[in-house]
Design a protein around this ligand. Sequence first.
Ligand SMILES: Cc1cc2nc3c(=O)[nH]c(=O)nc-3n(C[C@H](O)[C@H](O)[C@H](O)COP(=O)(O)O)c2cc1C
Length: 266
Amino acid sequence: MTALPLSWYHAIAVRCSRRSYDKSRPIEKDAAEKLQQACGEFRPYSSARVEFVPEPPDDIFSHALGFYGNIKNARAFLAFIGDMSDVNVQEKLGYTGEGIVLEATSLGLGTCWVALTYRSKSALSMLKLSVGEKLLAVSPVGHTTEAWTFGENLFSAFGANRRRKPLASMVSGFDISHRPQWAEKAVEAARLAPSATNRQPWSFNIGEDSITVSISGGGPQYNVSKRLDCGIAMLHIELGALSCGVTGKWELLNQPQVARFQADHQ
Ligand SMILES: Cc1cc2nc3c(=O)[nH]c(=O)nc-3n(C[C@H](O)[C@H](O)[C@H](O)COP(=O)(O)O)c2cc1C
């Protein structure tokens, strides 16, 4: 498995969904190349990949849905693509896609996972998919407008506690006073993971040297797999552990569990 950059851990606190982009400011050549490179290199699973499309995505985001406003003036986008013959494709794509999202964040670019409010036909016309592959989500990527728009404010807020459930409601296992620091950092990072409609459909069980991610009942389905959200949280867990110098391996599990992170012996 590819070693994760610590810069992605620092990007977690900064990342939030951005929906309003600066029409007049293209992504610099250097940043575009780095993003392209990250998409090529961060391929921990063969069934999940991200493509960077450095062209204006025309009407891809001209689709609002009740609570979500339109995404405006994006000049480029990321396409999250999975090979549907793999039963674990959703969590693998969440994990992989969030790596690229955090890379974009560290490059100073805005992103927003979008699995509902986009026109897949328009996006697909700009992509080449292999047999069995499916486009599961996209993200605008680019420089954002300085000011937050009203629509953005509805769905995001500054600061680490932005509209998240309390940690205690999603974490079980080792008593808080006995939890290793790496596990605490890992679940704190996972709590900040983005999820469709912010439903946070996960729970984390802390074991002696492990953290198990499971799907938790709550939140609407909206035709977006909760395993995709959980895959995003998996990457955050691994980065939180890494911030304490702890590495480990993932074992994928059957529903309602998703995966277990087993820390390497230090
Ligand atoms: C898998 C996934 C799908 C999402 N789909 C949409 C979408 O269709 N439209 C949209 O505007 N935001 C979408 N979002 C963004 C979430 O609403 C956002 O991540 C959540 O409200 C938490 O806010 P934050 O990302 O600012 O932390 C999606 C997020 C994820 C992870």
